[in-house]
Design a protein around this ligand. Structure first.
Ligand code: 4NP
Length: 152
């Protein structure tokens, strides 16, 4: 069994790459790399091909996590059949995802649904990348607990 997780934000340079690499790190630590596949993408076309924002890269580096090689990509219609979980960072992302997918394949939600609810505020506007990291980490921890229940 392979569980595929796709994290989504507006630009795919700040929040969803944090989620992708924090969750990949957790997956590796749990020894589940053969079972859980992780990726991230954008709703917008503004940063396609761009590397992770240096401020997100720095937050990851503080925790010993490397994100080199990651570049922004936009969500595609195929992603909704390809991925088991398509998780936005805020309600605007979620609305975009719901508008894009057919109702019967709409297994979409928010990352923080797995940590008591809420949104990962966009650090592109707030400037608070530390808070974004902590929120992402909480959400990823909750998601990991849920997936481990499914696997074991
Ligand atoms: P992200 O942050 O959605 O977390 O990657 C943003 C990055 C870029 C822009 C907005 C949000 N932008 O308007 O270019």
């Amino acid at each position: 069994m392979m569980i595929k997780v796709l994290f989504v934000c507006y630009g795919n340079i700040c929040r969803s790459p944090l989620a992708e690499f924090v969750f990949k790190d957790m997956v590796e630590r749990e020894g589940l790399s053969d079972v859980i596949d992780v990726a991230s993408c954008a709703t917008s076309g503004e940063h396609i091909g761009d590397p992770v924002d240096p401020r997100s890269r720095a937050e990851l580096a503080k925790h010993g996590i490397d994100c080199s090689g990651k570049v922004g990509r936009r969500i595609r219609p195929d992603d909704f059949s390809e991925y088991d979980y398509v998780l936005g960072m805020d309600r605007r992302n979620l609305q975009y995802l719901r508008n894009m997918c057919d109702d019967d394949e709409c297994h979409v939600g928010l990352l923080l649904d797995y940590a008591g609810g809420g949104e990962v505020a966009d650090p592109w506007y707030t400037g608070d990348f530390g808070r974004a990291y902590r929120d992402v980490e909480r959400g990823c921890r909750g998601l990991m607990d849920e997936l481990k229940e499914r696997i074991r």
